[in-house]
Design a protein around this ligand. Structure first.
Ligand code: ZN
Length: 110
């Protein structure tokens, strides 16, 4: 493995990877709980840490086509959700640059 510096978050509520408990995001960067992922409920975050981003691809969703990148845990490599690179629908542009994490793939870390 190359350099693998993991960041540690601080706060009341920290979400970690269900595979290895690597810190991913805090409640303060959560924008919405009302999203759906590939495996059920998902959360939208303003920023996440300790993820690797895949290649961008077009993905049709119920809210239109989006350019997204799958995001993976930097330690154990499981797919955690995706990042929105671009939304074609003007009403969906607020998601650009934001991250989806699947609720089923998160654990509370403290
Ligand atoms: Zn992990």
């Amino acid at each position: 493995m190359g350099m693998n510096y993991r960041r540690y978050l601080a706060g009341e509520r920290i979400y970690g990877c269900s595979g290895c408990k690597t810190h991913l995001a805090t409640i303060h960067s959560m924008i919405s709980r009302a999203f759906n992922g590939q495996h059920g409920r998902a959360y939208l975050f303003d920023g996440v840490v300790n993820v690797v981003e895949g290649e961008p691809c077009d993905r049709p969703m119920t809210t239109g086509i989006h350019v997204v990148r799958d995001i993976y845990c930097c330690k154990c490599g499981i797919t955690l959700g995706w990042k929105y690179d671009k939304a074609y629908e003007p009403s969906q542009r607020y998601k650009e640059g934001k991250y989806i994490l699947e609720r089923n793939l998160l654990v509370d870390v403290q």
